[in-house]
Design a protein around this ligand. Structure first.
Ligand code: MN
Length: 435
């Protein structure tokens, strides 16, 4: 028997069994180069979008470059119109009006989030102690506190001065910028600290950011280091201490996105969760030449703390936009939503052999094996999850397979190891099929 000829069993095996595909293994050089080129722009996007406010600004620029116009409530929609909606500088919606009435196929939705865990500066943050000035922080989202000590940090945000003017701050990322630090304890005096569980080794109230150490030369001044910092803040941003009361300042890692590995196979950077989905969602819309369907991309805020508030996915503003689009087509919003489909895009856990114990490999997302589709999220017995139907899985699977997309399914870790959720369930609540 010739070597090329497969046995009946081998043929049957090929026909019946399922195997995940590694993108690099099944793609030609041209396709791989395209992925690398795309990643260059993605790196730029995350460097420019370290907070949700910056992500909104960057996204608006990308939209404008593709002819999208800013939409404000009250504006009239136009046939074939391309719009973006800036929700309070914190969340973002881009949408394109299709030629086909939404009563039939609804809206094609993509949803992701643009906030990431970080340290927020408190409202009354500045103090000096033992020849150092610090800003007190309140962490935002599920951080592992020890990761935030002893690394270079940048300060990003917006201050509303007492005269009502807004000032944007972004300092620490560029060569020549100063950076900031959260002090850690030196190993020599860590005998007690290192015996504590990771969750307790760093106390939330010790995540104070070091911002100064130079005394203002005047013997009559009690807190001379604090005064130097305030003097600098006035010089640089026109602010004084009370302006912290009306500020949103975030402390984020000062690194820029970098390639990882000799072969540059991976990208390391702050805030992949969830800009690694936000950027593809937005560029998919901007690069699409489909004029038939109405498509809408939601980049939500506050996912990391439960999708709350006026910028989170639970806010009615996104449904309001669906209502407005429906009204344009003369269709009840309920009908539009019933026929819509949403890809809720967020990060999942990639299998890591260094922490094999928390994964179940057969149902884990493998690095380089393509986009992961999660039928459900949640924790324990799928608690808190929006579980997509077999019908929706089938519909998405067919689209991917028909277009030779490398993809895989995934669960976030093994059963009972932890878990998580995302914005999917809030969209599903609107009677929109969501995966
Ligand atoms: Mn996320």
């Amino acid at each position: 028997m010739s070597k090329d000829k497969k046995t009946a069993g081998q043929e049957l095996e090929k026909e019946l069994t399922y195997k995940k595909r590694n993108f690099y293994e099944v793609s030609d050089d041209e396709k791989i180069k395209k992925a690398y080129d795309y990643a260059e722009n993605y790196k730029k996007f995350i460097d420019d979008s370290k907070t949700e406010r910056e992500a909104v600004r960057t996204s608006a620029k990308l939209c404008e470059a593709k002819g999208y116009k800013e939409y404000r409530f009250g504006d009239k929609l136009e046939k074939g119109g391309k719009y973006y909606f800036n929700n309070r500088n914190k969340s973002f919606v881009a949408f394109k009006i299709g030629s086909e009435n939404v009563c039939k196929d609804g809206i094609r939705l993509l949803a992701s989030h643009i906030d990431s865990p970080r340290l927020d500066i408190k409202q009354n943050p500045l103090y000096e102690d033992s020849s150092m000035a610090f800003l007190k922080t309140h962490y935002y989202g599920g951080i592992k506190k020890y990761q935030w000590t002893a690394i270079p940090l940048a300060l990003h945000g917006t201050v509303v001065l007492k005269n009502g003017k807004s000032v944007d701050i972004a300092i620490g990322d560029n060569d020549g910028d100063p950076v900031f630090y959260v002090n850690d304890l030196l190993p020599h005096l860590s005998r007690e600290q290192v015996t504590k569980p990771l969750s307790q080794a760093i106390d939330g109230e010790t995540l104070n950011v070091l911002v100064g150490g130079l005394p203002f030369k005047d013997d009559e001044v009690k807190e001379s280091i604090k005064l130097t910092v305030l003097n600098k803040l006035r010089e640089m941003y026109g602010m004084e201490e009370s302006d912290f009361l009306s500020a949103e300042l975030c402390v984020v890692p000062a690194f820029k996105a970098r390639d990882i590995g000799f072969d540059r196979a991976l990208v390391g950077g702050y805030g992949h969760d969830d800009r690694v989905c936000s950027y593809p969602a937005l560029t998919a819309l901007l690069d699409s030449d489909d004029d038939k369907h109405t498509v809408m991309v939601v980049l939500a805020d506050k996912e990391e703390i439960g999708s709350e508030g006026v910028s989170g996915m639970q806010c009615k503003v996104y449904e309001d936009i669906i209502d407005i689009i429906s009204a344009y087509f003369g269709v009840p919003s309920a009908l539009t939503r019933a026929n819509s489909v949403c890809l809720s895009a967020d990060v999942t856990a990639g299998y890591d052999p260094n922490f094999a114990g928390v994964f179940e490999k057969k149902n884990s997302s493998l690095v380089s094996y393509g986009t992961s589709i999660c039928k459900f999220t949640g924790s324990g017995g799928k608690g808190g999850s929006s579980d997509a139907s077999a019908e929706l899985c089938g519909r998405i699977r067919k689209i991917f397979d028909d277009n030779d997309i490398v993809w895989q399914t995934a669960e976030l870790g093994k059963v009972d190891a932890g878990g998580g959720g995302t914005v999917a369930k809030y969209i599903a609540k609107l009677n929109i099929d969501t995966i």
